[in-house]
Write a protein that binds this ligand. Sequence first.
Ligand SMILES: Nc1ncnc2c1ncn2[C@@H]1O[C@H](COP(=O)(O)OP(=O)(O)OP(=O)(O)O)[C@@H](O)[C@H]1O
Length: 451
Amino acid sequence: MSSFVESARMIPSVSSLLSLYSSFSTSLMLLRNVYHEIVPEKLESFLASKLRNFFSRRKLQSSYDTFIVDDSWEGLSYNELIEIARFYLSTKIGPKNKIIKIGKFTGRKGVTAGLMKGETIIDVFEGIEITWYFDCRKDEDGVGEYIELTFEHKYREKVLNEYLHHVIRTHKAMTEKEQTLRIYNKKCECEWKWIDFKHAATFDTLAMDYELKKSIMDDLDSFLARKDYYKRTGRAWKRGYLLYGPPGTGKTSLIAAMANYLNYNVYDLELANIGSDTDLRRTMLNVDRKSIIVIEDVDCNSRVHRRSKSDRYRSRSKNVRFSLSSLLNCIDGLWSSCAQERIVVFTTNHKEVLDPALLRPGRMDMHIHMSYCTTEGFRVLVSNYLGIKSHLLFEEIDGLIRSVEATPASLADELMKSDDADVAIGEVLKFLKQKRLEKDEKMKTEESFPE
Ligand SMILES: Nc1ncnc2c1ncn2[C@@H]1O[C@H](COP(=O)(O)OP(=O)(O)OP(=O)(O)O)[C@@H](O)[C@H]1O
């Protein structure tokens, strides 16, 4: 009986419980206010997301495995799996992802969504839960991206052999559906960036003599068809073209026509953005198959003028950071064998200043001279711009085209001045007559004042 009384005395009364609760909740509120005062809202959500990620990613460490998809492979070539995974994961973004990167790209109808660093995605494949975590790293190699994939240890083989194949296949199916050509550009020491390539030039629209046009198309056809031939003869499956001629004769348009003809992406390599020999090799290695690598205005790069000069130049000048020999090595030396099914195109307005090493037979498979407009080329331009095949003034214009140097670009400019064929052709005639006049005057001056 006395022990019962003792115990009853130890049970707190209702009023004391209520007062305890009220002082507890007051302290809690006070603590919350102090926390909100001290910790800013952004930091608060950051800490919350880190905690969430920590628990969802790490789970029970011992029974979970993690694969890391890093953007570079041994610091050398770009790891395609990161691009594939990023694309795949963009379709898995759900309501749990609070911060999403969004963008609108030319040629795409809707808004594209992308993962932000620090975000987690949980994907389910045949009942297996796979947690993806996307983040950036900063180390001696620079800034890069990586993705972690965490899953139960017992599914390791399945993830490696089946799930990752599923990711690659899904990516392939999705990109093939909306496949447009791409043009890649490399800025500073980071990977290639691309946008959709939508150049309208085709071999049909090129103002160029038919025979030359046909020989280029035949060459491209035979390149495509000779995979086994290249393999059998131990040569890398690649082809090089040097396009030379004055500005405005269609070198860039020809590259676009080649890309559209072959359905190849274009990699626009600006030598000025290459940091070193290693950077050059790395850049070239990161070019996909079925691509055209373009080095435009190669004459504007003093380093590819004359080899001896450029190599000397390299040691003195801080701006020149790779050698011509490195460039040549990437085109058809040992390093070139790492790349298959690709085309390299150099363009220049001044072939005569290029290093002979670049011009030697076999280096560039085809040297294509892009010349001033011919009468045949003019017919193509007229058909492109005005949709006509004949005109009363053609005969007079043909005579002038043969006697002056007019680029297809300048004639195209005149044709664009009006949609009315008579007016536009009249502008072309006026332009050519003016050119003829200037030429005659120049010749007269030269005759009067010979050097
Ligand atoms: N051969 C051509 N056929 C059709 N269009 C042409 C041709 N050449 C030039 N053009 C027209 O002129 C414009 C400029 O031509 P393009 O840029 O291809 O010349 P380019 O030789 O590459 O010049 P640059 O050496 O200055 O880069 C093109 O957009 C196109 O409209």
